[in-house]
Each structure stands twice: as structure tokens, then as C-alpha cells.
Write a protein that binds this ligand. Structure first.
Ligand SMILES: C[S@@+](CC[C@H](N)C(=O)[O-])C[C@H]1O[C@@H](n2cnc3c(N)ncnc32)[C@H](O)[C@@H]1O
Length: 260
């Protein structure tokens, strides 16, 4: 095993994080990720989501220097999928200042189960993630994920990718990481749909080709690539009283799918 990986397995952040293989709950909950399903999750978890949105707004206020990339719909959908599927181990690639990290950790906190392993070249997230949220459920692994996840032995029950956005990085994860995931595992990739289509030579283009080659569909709340979905979700949030912005971005370019 790579030394960096063995360090995080044996010396986790805080009191210690138990990395386990996929939970029965994660295995049994395999609804297709569709607008209908996402709307159902918004209704089901609206009370908890209201609290988390307030907490995330406060985090931005208390850390004004924090750079935050994830827009509201994509962050909320990440939270909702994790609540519903109760993954034992979430892997996050690319945390920057910890914005997506805190959304994911709040979902695990609210589940009272599960651990997050974050991989990033820079460790700035460590300065922004509240200690109480991290303790017992967060492990940060510094370094190039292509090395730090190499030969990983733990299960990955939810994979979140928001890192290099280059075609070569995407070729690494579709060829080297995806084959280690179980069919049905939820995966998300950020910055795919800032426009109606991904840029020609980009991470998004590689992922869409891989999905097509493997006969898999996807879901996106992107304002430009899926305007109707985006509008329906905003309408639902208005009806639920969840529309006040947490983050300024409105593109929501994330791609969600299940491993075929
Ligand atoms: C767009 S930022 C992540 C934003 C964050 N998810 C958020 O919600 O604010 C991308 C991050 O990926 C990290 N990154 C890029 N290439 C990487 C690699 N090969 N291994 C690990 N981390 C990488 C960068 O250091 C950066 O912090």
C-alpha cells in the first residue's frame, strides 16, 4: 500500500475514522438519479436541509476569505443523495478551502454514520472545516490523488470529483479509479456543464464519452445544459422556502450518475 494511504488509514483525523465496506443501506437504495427522485429528496429532507443551508451561510460569513466553488443546487443534491443512501465511505477529490467538504460532512453528521476521505494537493480545507464537524468522520490525505488513491483497499460508496478538469486527469479516473467502484455507486463530477456542452478537450468531454461507451445516463441541474430541470428545482425550492441563496454561483455545472 502507498505510504500516504497507509498513514491515513492508521492515523485518521480526530478520534479516528472507521473505514468500512459498503453498508447494506447504501446497497439497497438504488433509485435512478432523476428530477423526480431529486424532488422527492428535497421534500423528504427539507427540514434538515434548511438548517444545513443556514450553517453553510454562517460558515461563509465567519470565513470571508474562503473560496467556495460549489453552487447551491449541486451542493444540496450532493447532501440529499448522501442522506438518502447513507454511504459508509465517501471519497472527495478536490476540496480547495473545504466548501464541498463541509456540505458532505454535514450529510454524514445528519446520518450519524459514515466517513469522508478527502484528497487534495493543498491542505487549506483543514483551516476552514469546523473541528466538531470533522472529528471522528474526516480524513484529509495530502498529495496527488493519482498517487494517494493508488491501490486503495477501502470501499468507495460515494465518489465526488472536483479537481483538475483536464482531459488527462479524467482519463486517469475513468481508466484507473472507476473500475474499482461497485455498479450503482453514485459519482459526481464538477464543472462539466457551464455551457450547454462541455468544452471540446476537457474532463467533461472524456466523462461523457465514457458514459456513452458504457451505456450509462446522467443527471445535471445545470442552468444552461438542463434549463427545465434547473427551473423546476428552483420552483420547488421556492415553494419549500429554500430559495434564499447560500452561494453566489448559479451555473450548477455538476454531472451526477451511477456507476454502470
Ligand atoms: C475547483 S477546486 C475544488 C473546489 C471545492 N470542491 C469547492 O467546493 O470549493 C480543485 C481542487 O482540486 C485540487 N487538485 C487538482 N488536481 C489534483 C490532484 N491531481 N490531486 C489532488 N488534488 C488535486 C486542487 O488543489 C484544488 O484544491
Amino acid at each position: 500500500m502507498d505510504p500516504a494511504l497507509s498513514r491515513f488509514v492508521t492515523e485518521p483525523f480526530g478520534k479516528g475514522v472507521a473505514l468500512t465496506h459498503s453498508s447494506a443501506a447504501a446497497r439497497s437504495s438504488r433509485a435512478e438519479i432523476t428530477l423526480r427522485h431529486v424532488c422527492h429528496l428535497y421534500r423528504k429532507y427539507q427540514d434538515d436541509l434548511r438548517i444545513v443551508r443556514k450553517e453553510q451561510r454562517e460558515l461563509r460569513t465567519t470565513h470571508p476569505q474562503m473560496r467556495t466553488q460549489l453552487d447551491d443546487l449541486e451542493a444540496e443534491i450532493t447532501y440529499l443523495l448522501i442522506r438518502e443512501e447513507r454511504p459508509a465511505t465517501v471519497v472527495e477529490i478536490g476540496s480547495l478551502h473545504g466548501w464541498s467538504t463541509t456540505w458532505i460532512l454535514r450529510a454524514l453528521r445528519d446520518n450519524r454514520a459514515g466517513a469522508l476521505v478527502t484528497h487534495d494537493l493543498i491542505d487549506t480545507a483543514r483551516h476552514h472545516v469546523p473541528a466538531g464537524l470533522a472529528e471522528g468522520r474526516w480524513t484529509f490525505v495530502p498529495g496527488d490523488v493519482r498517487e494517494t488513491l493508488r491501490g486503495h483497499r477501502h470501499g468507495i460508496d460515494h465518489l465526488f470529483i472536483d479537481a483538475a478538469h483536464t482531459a488527462s486527469f479524467a482519463r486517469w479516473f475513468v481508466g484507473g479509479l472507476f473500475p474499482t467502484l461497485r455498479a450503482g455507486t453514485p459519482v459526481s463530477v464538477h464543472d462539466v456543464f457551464h455551457g450547454r456542452r462541455p468544452w471540446p478537450i476537457s474532463e467533461g468531454r472524456v466523462v461523457l464519452s465514457w458514459l456513452a461507451d458504457n451505456g450509462a445516463g446522467y443527471f445535471t441541474p445545470s442552468r444552461r445544459a438542463a434549463a427545465v430541470v434547473n427551473r423546476e428545482l428552483e420552483d420547488l425550492k421556492r415553494r419549500l422556502g429554500l430559495l434564499e441563496p447560500v452561494h453566489d454561483g448559479r451555473d450548477d455545472p455538476m454531472l451526477f450518475f451511477r456507476m454502470p
